[in-house]
Design a protein around this ligand. Structure first.
Ligand code: COS
Length: 386
C-alpha cells in the first residue's frame, strides 16, 4: 500500500461524499446538457483525481492498483461521464508515459497531467483498425529530425478537449503488424493536427469522442515514448492492461449503485398489495445481481493486488474487464425489469444507466478481444509446460 490505512480510508470517504453530494444530484443535468460543469472539473482537480495513478515524485497521488481500484469502486457509483472527465489522465492517457516514458518525458508531462492542467487522450483506434489494433495505418515518416504523422484516429475519448495525445503510428511500413508501430506524445497545438466533430452517442453524455486527423503533423523525434521505435504496440497493450483493471472496478461500482437504486425501488413499489421486493421472482433478480457484483469486486481487487506484487496480470485484467462489463450489463438489464414500465422512462434514470453501461463491453477492448487474450494465454501457458 502506498498510503497508510487511515489516509486511504479518508480518501475513499472523501470520494464517496463527493459522489453522493456533488455528482449524483447532477447526473440528469449532465446527461441533458451533454457537459460536465467546469466548476466540478475544478473540484476534481483540487481533490487530486486527475493524478490518482501518477507517481508522487511527478505530482500525483501515486496510488497502487488496489488503491486505485478502491477509489474507482466509489467513482463507479455515478454516471460514467464524470469519471471520463479525468479517467483518461489516470488511465490510458498517462500510463504510456508512466510505464515506458523517458525520465525527461515523465518530468515534462506527468506533473501537468496529474494536476489536470493537461487533459490527455489515447489514440489507437482507426476507422479500419478497431479490435485489430496491430493493423493500424497511421504513418510516421522521418523528416529531418522530426516525424510527419498522417492518418485518422477514431472514437478518441476526450479528444475534443485533449491537450496532449498518446498516438500509435507506424514508423516502419515494411512491418505490417505490431512491430512497426511506435507511440508518440503529440501536443494539441501541433500544426497538421485537427479534430472531427464530437460524435452523437447512445449514452455516457457529458463524455466526448471525436476523430483525430493528422496531415503532415510534425512531431519532434524526442516525443517517441521511451525514445525507442517499434515498441509502441507493446506500450499500448501494457497501458490497456492497467486500464482494464481500472474499468473493471468502475463497472463493479456502477453495478453496486444500480443494485442499491433497484432495491430501494423494490421495497417502495407495491403491487398485489405488497412491496415487490417480497416477491421471490424479484428477489431472484436482486440476489443474482448482488452475487455477480460481489464477484466482480473481489476478482478486480485480487487482480489489482497481484499487479501490485509485480505479477503479470494480462490474463486477469482481461478476465476482470470481461466479467465486470458483462456483469453490469446483466445487472442493469434486471434493474430495468424490476422497475417495469418506469425503468423505460427517462425520469427514473435507469434507462440512462442502461444506455451508459452498454459501452463498457466495447471500449478498451471488446468482450470478444478479452476472450481471445484469455484463451491465447491459457494455451501458451499450457504449451510452455508441455
Ligand atoms: N503486454 C505486453 N506486450 C504485449 C501484450 C501485453 N498485454 N499483448 C501483446 N504484447 C506483445 C506480444 O508479446 C507481441 O510481442 P512480440 O512480437 O515481441 O512477440 C506483440 O505485442 C504483438 O502481440 P500479438 O501478436 O498478440 O498481437 P496481435 O496483433 O495478434 O493482437 C490483440 C493482439 C488482439 C490482443 C490486440 O490487438 C488487442 O488488444 N486489440 C484490442 C485493442 C483495444 O483494446 N482497443 C480498444 C481501443 S483503445 S481505448
Amino acid at each position: 500500500m502506498a498510503l497508510d490505512p487511515e489516509t486511504l480510508n479518508q480518501l475513499i470517504e472523501t470520494v464517496r461524499r463527493f459522489v453522493d453530494e456533488r455528482l449524483i444530484p447532477l447526473e440528469h443535468q449532465v446527461a441533458e446538457d451533454d457537459k460536465v460543469p467546469d466548476d466540478l472539473i475544478a473540484e476534481m482537480k483540487d481533490m487530486g483525481l486527475f493524478g490518482l495513478s501518477i507517481p508522487e515524485e511527478y505530482g500525483g497521488l501515486g496510488l497502487t492498483m488496489e488503491e486505485e481500484a478502491l477509489v474507482c469502486l466509489e467513482l463507479g457509483r455515478t454516471s460514467p461521464a464524470f469519471r471520463s472527465a479525468f479517467g483518461t489522465n489516470v488511465g490510458i492517457g498517462s500510463q504510456g508515459i508512466v510505464i515506458d516514458g523517458t525520465e525527461a518525458q515523465k518530468r515534462e508531462y506527468l506533473p501537468k497531467i496529474a494536476s489536470g492542467e493537461y487533459v490527455t487522450s489515447f489514440a489507437l483506434t482507426e476507422p479500419d483498425a478497431g479490435s485489430d489494433a496491430g493493423s493500424l495505418k497511421t504513418t510516421a515518416h522521418t523528416d529531418g529530425g522530426d516525424y510527419l504523422l498522417n492518418g485518422t484516429k477514431r472514437f478518441i475519448t476526450n479528444a475534443p478537449r485533449a491537450d496532449i495525445l498518446t498516438v500509435m503510428a507506424r514508423t516502419n511500413t515494411e512491418i505490417k503488424g505490431a512491430g512497426g508501430i511506435s507511440a508518440f506524445i503529440v501536443r494539441r497545438d501541433t500544426p497538421g493536427l485537427s479534430f472531427g466533430k464530437p460524435e452523437k452517442k447512445m449514452g455516457q453524455q457529458g463524455a466526448h469522442i471525436s476523430d483525430v486527423i493528422f496531415e503532415d503533423c510534425r512531431v519532434p523525434a524526442e516525443n517517441i515514448i521511451g525514445s525507442v521505435e517499434g515498441v509502441g504496440f507493446k506500450t499500448a497493450m501494457k497501458t490497456l492492461d492497467r486500464g482494464r483493471l481500472h474499468l473493471a472496478a468502475v463497472c463493479a461500482g456502477f453495478a453496486e449503485r444500480i443494485i442499491e437504486t433497484t432495491l430501494a425501488y423494490a421495497i417502495e413499489r407495491k403491487q398485489f398489495g405488497q412491496p415487490i421486493a417480497e416477491f421471490q421472482l424479484v428477489q431472484a433478480m436482486l440476489a443474482d445481481s448482488k452475487v455477480e457484483a460481489y464477484a466482480a469486486r473481489c476478482m478486480t481487487l485480487d487482480a489489482a493486488r497481484c499487479r501490485d506484487r509485480g505479477d503479470d496480470v494480462v490474463t486477469q485484467a482481461a478476465c476482470c474487464k470481461m466479467f465486470a462489463s458483462e456483469m453490469v450489463g446483466r445487472v442493469v438489464d434486471r434493474a430495468v425489469q424490476v422497475h417495469g414500465g418506469n425503468g423505460y422512462i427517462a425520469d427514473y434514470g435507469i434507462e440512462r444507466m442502461y444506455r451508459d453501461a452498454r459501452l463498457f463491453r466495447i471500449y478498451e477492448g471488446t468482450t470478444q478481444i478479452q476472450q481471445l487474450v484469455i484463451a491465447r494465454n491459457m494455451i501458451r501457458e499450457m504449451r510452455d509446460t508441455m
